[in-house]
Design a protein around this ligand. Structure first.
Ligand SMILES: [Zn+2]
Length: 157
């Protein structure tokens, strides 16, 4: 078993969007409304409660902070302050059993392939992806919606 780390959107990005109501980098207006469907927050990696909590929808570069050229797409965060995800390197609870796509990247953003998973063995699928020593990180996306969810890295500690 390799030790992995799940990396959420940086807190500074989430806070910046809540304050400015604009997408970082792009400046497009962000949209705030009460969640009406499955909407996972990219900061705490929990679901935004339907018909209860408010979300902010905005354009986000999945490669933010990685020093690579961008790949923007729509994401949600909680409209109110939430705690950044900090887990044990396993898939967050809200994503277990969900259809996920793991896009593997190597040095210089080289795309090394993708794996889709729809059963409860998401952690095992991740372990397998990271068996390739050329893989430096993985972007997890929703297979059904295609949206970026979080990054997975080897935990170097
Ligand atoms: Zn949140």
């Amino acid at each position: 078993m390799q030790k992995l780390k799940i990396v959420p959107m940086p807190t500074a990005v989430a806070e910046g969007v809540r304050t400015t109501m604009k997408a970082p980098l792009y400046g497009f207006p962000a949209h705030r409304e009460t969640a009406t469907g499955r909407a996972p927050c990219r900061h705490c990696l929990k679901l935004i409660r339907t018909n209860d909590q408010e979300l902010i929808l905005f354009t986000y570069d999945a490669f933010h902070g990685q020093g690579e050229w961008p790949s923007p797409g729509p994401v949600y965060i909680h409209a109110e302050t939430c705690q950044p995800y900090s887990g044990d390197g396993h898939l967050p609870e809200e994503y277990r059993g969900q259809p996920l796509t793991f896009e593997a990247f190597g040095k210089g953003r080289k795309r090394l392939g993708e794996t889709t998973t729809c059963e409860a063995e998401g952690d095992a699928a991740l372990q397998k992806v990271f068996q390739d020593s050329a893989v430096q990180y993985v972007h997890a996306r929703s297979t059904t919606a295609g949206c970026y969810l979080f990054r997975v890295e080897r935990d170097g500690r």
